[in-house]
Design a protein around this ligand. Sequence first.
Ligand code: COA
Length: 146
Amino acid sequence: MFRIRRFEREDLSDVMAIVAKTLGENYDPSVYLHLANSWPEAFIVATRGRRTVGFSLGAIHEGTVARLLMLAVHPAYRRRAVGTHLLEVFMREAKAKRMTNVVLEVRVRNKDAILFYQHHGFTIRGLLQRYYTSGEDAYTMEKAIP
Ligand SMILES: CC(C)(COP(=O)(O)OP(=O)(O)OC[C@H]1O[C@@H](n2cnc3c(N)ncnc32)[C@H](O)[C@@H]1OP(=O)(O)O)[C@@H](O)C(=O)NCCC(=O)NCCS
């Protein structure tokens, strides 16, 4: 069984390993800790036993628009609704903070994530050319919070 709860400092190394493995990024730990301080309820992890197997992390974008900065599940635990539960909790926390919309960016070649977000009612709103350091383009996606 998976447990969904708020991020704790002890989750940091697992979170960073998931980001390196699934998103190919290596952010400084201070980035995560800063975001965890800014909006603690929006930094959510999924755990199995002592292991952190997925997480989502958000920030206020502007006004009443929340931004889903990262959502990732360890490859060994995918297609078991972990991502869905993380997204649902994030949407709930955004609503509790009186946000009306959620926006995110996703690599145009990341078909799995695009299908996942479309499955959850997000639609593609725009294209950001050369958005990533690799030079890859991003789609912006958005969903109104029901
Ligand atoms: C996107 C991601 C978070 C989905 O997590 P997950 O736990 O596997 O997703 P779920 O099991 O909750 O999937 C829910 C639904 O989304 C859709 N979906 C998810 N992954 C999919 C895939 N690879 N292909 C097609 N549809 C997919 C399906 O409709 C799925 O329902 P189903 O399994 O009953 O068919 C995961 O693939 C991931 O971590 N990817 C790498 C990181 C990433 O790209 N994050 C997004 C950008 S920050």
